[in-house]
Design a protein around this ligand. Structure first.
Ligand code: SIN
Length: 284
């Protein structure tokens, strides 16, 4: 299959063109796409035309599906397929899923390695998804900070009492299915590219083991300010036909609410199973 992989920035994101992932791909192509994903962290696979079953088929080129925590919130007939929309409210507050930088489902002991979006309806402008490269952000920390944080572990719950934004409450069934909190290294090592990355999520981090909460909050705030600088960013401007897969072990992401909210933004969303984050000490 003649396809092309073109980097989108010097550090994050690559565009894949000339391939139709609704059709079976051979083992060599599958391996090449997975290598490109480990290297670039975000793949933008252009010009796809999917029904829900095609999207699931395409996602499985990269791994095994992981259902969302919200059991009541999926495409009818496709329990693993969630959606994001700007048309839901919590009281009078419009909910924009993923409105601040985060990594997905880090409250799980083995958080999903990937999240994948496919647009069904887009605003006429804006509504970009922003990605920040956590490998590069880690690499450029002062050595003293690296030494301080390399061995730290954070407790990630469904919704931290310190979260910068609310999440819609889970229904009874979803609450029953929640795993125990994830206790994760603040610095994890990627199993495929071998690089260290900051692993943070202010929505879910409730504490850092062995540290008073006020110190933990200050540390996370300081690391987030560093890690979300523009120089670490790839900002994706959506086009119809884009399937975007990102590596939650390598990037933080956020949805941008800068568009006319009278216009609907609606994307299908899948996640892929991951592994327990590898701490620096285990990789050394
Ligand atoms: C998400 O955080 O999963 C959604 C991102 C987006 O809607 O751009």
């Amino acid at each position: 299959m003649a396809y092309r992989i073109t980097p989108l920035t010097a550090h994050t994101g690559a565009e894949v063109s000339g391939i139709d992932l609704s059709k079976p791909v051979d083992a060599e192509t599958k391996a090449a796409l997975n290598r490109a994903w480990a290297q670039h962290h975000v793949l933008v696979i252009r010009d796809q035309k999917y029904e829900p079953g095609d999207f699931i088929h395409a996602a499985q080129v990269f791994g095994e599906l992981q259902p969302h925590d919200k059991k009541d919130h999926h495409i009818p007939g496709f329990p693993e397929m969630y959606y994001v929309t700007n048309q839901e409210f919590l009281g009078t507050r419009r909910m924009i899923p993923g409105e601040t930088f985060h990594t997905d489902h880090s409250n799980h002991p083995a958080p999903p390695k990937a999240t994948i979006l496919y647009p069904v309806e887009l605003p006429s402008s804006g509504g970009d998804t922003q990605y920040a490269n956590m490998h590069l952000a880690y690499d450029e920390l002062p050595e003293a900070t690296k030494r301080k944080i390399d061995g730290l572990k954070a407790v990630h719950v469904y919704l931290s009492k310190y979260s910068p934004r609310p999440l819609k409450p889970l229904n009874e069934e979803s609450q029953q299915a929640l795993p125990p909190p994830g206790i994760h290294p603040l610095v994890r090592v990627h199993p495929d590219n071998g690089r260290k990355a900051l692993f943070m999520n202010p929505v879910r981090i409730e504490s850092i083991e062995g540290m008073p909460d006020n110190e933990a909050l200050d540390l996370v705030a300081e690391l987030m300010a560093h890690a979300t600088q523009k120089k670490y960013e790839y900002r994706h401007q959506w086009r119809y036909g884009d399937m975007v897969i990102w590596d939650n072990r390598s990037v933080l992401h956020k949805a941008n609410p800068d568009y006319d909210m009278n216009q609907r933004r609606y994307l299908w969303r899948l996640m892929l199973k991951g592994e327990a984050p590898i701490p620096v000490a285990q990789a050394a």
